[in-house]
Design a protein around this ligand. Structure first.
Ligand SMILES: [Fe+2]
Length: 290
């Protein structure tokens, strides 16, 4: 039997934003990719720090890995990416789905960004097309287009592992919200079914976990477990039922605490806005616009 490659996966959970950063690699000393990194941000002071990213760097060095890619599954609304910091310390190329240009267009308008802000994705090292194939050393990656939460969402399929981004969450949490600009519950349903059509034993790695009750944080599951138990998307739930549930639930959700800073930084691939003439970089808060 011809089994798909089984990459090694190290997940680092950030309790401040419920985000999981992954390092995926073939073996000690091999090439690796970092998926969905976190720059620590204190909204009270506007200060950033690098404890989360430094944990990633420590792991990469401990395993003697060579960073080829710093990937985002999408422009996150709940945390800032540490991609520039990781790239400066470890090298590697940043990449995101090419529909980031649509996200940049929407938010350039909402934040009334400087005229020179480009909506062409050129802030990223590489823009991935749907089904694009690329390599992490000896591992082959397929970029799966999985829009719905945002129009630019990508999942990364590497051997028997898929990094699903904000599509599915753990079975007892369900699915990602679809009420951000360009989001669509109907589209997310199709994206989730695409992931769930993979072989039962496929390992699925979540971008977040929001453990209910006393459950411990978990961020790895399988297609079989999701098809049997996902509270929003188990087998038998049709598109209409999912869309109804998602719309009702999204209407009850507050905006993520960090959406305003996160989006402004993440659509710049993690760069801060251009400094004012006093040398300080500022973020904007649009009143009554979101
Ligand atoms: Fe997200």
């Amino acid at each position: 039997m011809n089994l798909p490659p089984h990459p090694l996966v190290h997940g680092l959970f950030d309790p401040a934003t419920w985000t999981v950063t992954y390092v995926v690699y073939e073996k000690e000393g091999s090439a690796c990719a970092i998926i969905d990194s976190v720059l620590d941000y204190d909204p009270k002071s506007g200060r950033t720090s690098n404890e989360s990213a430094d944990r990633v760097i420590a792991f990469v060095r401990e395993k003697s890995l060579n960073v080829q890619w710093i990937l985002e599954t999408h422009a996150h609304a709940d945390h800032l990416t540490a991609a520039p910091y990781l790239k400066a310390h470890l090298g590697g190329q940043t990449a995101i789905g090419h529909h980031i240009t649509a996200v940049q267009h929407v938010f350039k308008g909402i934040f009334n960004l400087e005229a020179s802000f480009k909506e062409d994705g050129s802030q990223f090292g590489h823009l991935l097309q749907a089904d694009e194939i690329f390599a992490i050393g000896n591992l082959t990656v397929k970029a799966m287009s999985v829009p719905g939460h945002t129009p630019a969402c990508m999942a990364y399929q590497i051997g028997d592992a898929v990094f699903v981004g904000d599509t599915l969450f753990m079975p007892d949490v369900g699915s990602a919200r679809c009420d951000f600009p360009g989001g669509s519950a109907k589209t997310l349903y199709a994206s989730a079914r695409k992931i769930l059509s993979l072989p039962d034993s496929t390992r699925l790695f979540m971008c977040h976990d929001y453990p209910p009750n006393e459950r411990e944080v978990r961020f790895e599951t399988t297609v079989a477990e999701q098809r049997a138990h996902n509270i929003h998307l188990h087998d038998g739930i049709d598109e209409a039922e999912f869309v109804r549930m998602r719309h009702a639930r999204d209407a009850t959700l507050d905006m993520p605490v960090l959406i305003l800073p996160a989006v402004q930084v993440n659509i710049r691939a993690g760069a801060f806005p251009p400094q004012d003439d006093n040398g300080v970089s500022y973020l904007k808060i649009p009143l009554n616009a979101l």
